[in-house]
Design a protein around this ligand. Structure first.
Ligand SMILES: [Mn+2]
Length: 364
């Protein structure tokens, strides 16, 4: 599998980590009584790029961790982290070469990797930890959402809601996809719009061993924010299933406060939330280092308000940050990549309790 083939550009740190973090599998941050946020967070770094064709997105987690994200959470916000110090690539599990199948590229690799990831996420989430997964391409959300959904059902007896912040809808079925790249299909897999059967790729989503309830995501509990590059077949799916979708234009017209308030009301105040954040939701001027940039994206203010608003519900059970690709538009002296990473870091910090926006600075 093509991982780490290119050379990681030298990425300057735009933020200064406070100290070296203490993060081990059972790491202990000295306070049990933490002022803000979830007290315990599982972090899984996933250097997987098999859901799309560009090299480099597998370097995302190493880059963002290298720039100090975990120190920010651990020392900056006082959050207890559970992390195994590994970048998971699943290289030893997935086939190196694989023929296209049913208009999917590398279905076996993505299925095997996401199944393994689902198990990792589940193991963290069942211990009452909020699980932060650093990608990797967006196909990994098949694993993260499945793992979080299963643990949350077992632990709280509730279905999760998913807030999908993205330029793209990522809900193509294999049949409707032009590219065959599975990072454009995770929601179709999770919502059982794509045909899967036991023994075939993604059949594990329906297996009893994995919690056995399908679909994993109820489309009535999915909300999109930031869409601006939606394919026609995806638009049909959104309309057919009545999926709540706030496009970039909606954010512009309604304002992000209103969009967020409506989103959280729609989801329901007692509903566990998985926030899947694709860095390409941001404007490429802010976050250029991503595989499928689309102009006209969210501002940092909008992104941080989403993250902070989700945090304030105290209902976040999982979060993904995906599609940071340090090899795309790295910029002079790596500044484009550094800026992309700094944006991602700020979004994660706010989802875990950083409060740069005071309550009187926005209406919720
Ligand atoms: Mn995406």
């Amino acid at each position: 599998m093509a991982t780490f083939v290119g050379q990681m550009p030298v990425i300057p740190k735009l933020r200064h980590p406070l100290k070296t973090p203490i993060v081990t599998e059972e790491a202990v941050w000295p306070q049990d009584d933490l002022p803000i946020g979830p007290s315990s967070v599982g972090v899984i770094a996933v250097g997987f790029s098999g859901g799309q064709g560009k090299q480099g997105v597998d370097m995302g987690p190493a880059a963002i961790i290298g720039c100090g994200l975990l120190e920010e959470l651990n020392y900056g916000l006082g959050i207890r982290l559970h992390h195994d110090h590994k970048i998971h690539t699943y290289e030893d599990m997935v086939p190196e070469f694989e023929a296209d199948s049913r208009n999917m590229k590398r279905p076996l690799a993505v299925s095997i990797a996401t199944q393994a990831l689902a198990h990792q996420v589940y193991e963290q989430a069942r211990k009452n930890r909020c699980v932060l997964t650093l990608g990797g391409d967006h196909s990994i959300a098949i694993g993260t959402v499945a793992g979080v959904a299963r643990a949350t059902r077992e632990r709280l007896g509730k279905d999760i809601a998913v807030i999908w912040v993205d330029a793209h809808a990522d809900i193509n079925t294999p049949e409707t996809s032009d590219s065959g790249n599975i990072h454009g299909m995770p929601l179709a897999m999770l919502a059982s719009l794509a045909q899967t059967a036991p023994g075939t790729p993604f059949g594990w989503l329906q297996s009893k061993a994995h919690g056995g309830r399908t679909p994993v995501v109820d489309l009535k509990k999915l909300v999109y924010i930031g869409l601006r590059d939606v394919e026609e077949a995806e638009q049909q799916i959104i309309e057919q299933y009545g999926i709540k979708a706030y496009t970039r234009v909606d954010v512009h017209k309604l304002g992000i406060e209103r969009v967020l308030k409506d989103t959280l009301e729609y989801i329901g105040r007692d509903t566990p939330i998985h926030l899947s954040f694709d860095i390409d939701a941001l404007d490429p001027e802010l976050a250029p280092s991503t595989g499928t940039p689309v102009p006209g994206g969210l501002t940092m203010h909008e992104a941080l308000l989403i993250a902070q608003g989700v945090h304030r519900t105290r209902n976040m059970v999982g979060m993904d940050l995906v599609e940071i690709n340090p090899l795309e538009e790295p910029g002079e002296d790596g500044l484009g990549a550094a800026q992309t990473i700094a944006c991602g870091t700020e979004i994660v910090r706010h989802a875990f309790g950083a409060m740069s926006l005071r309550e009187d600075e926005y209406k919720m």
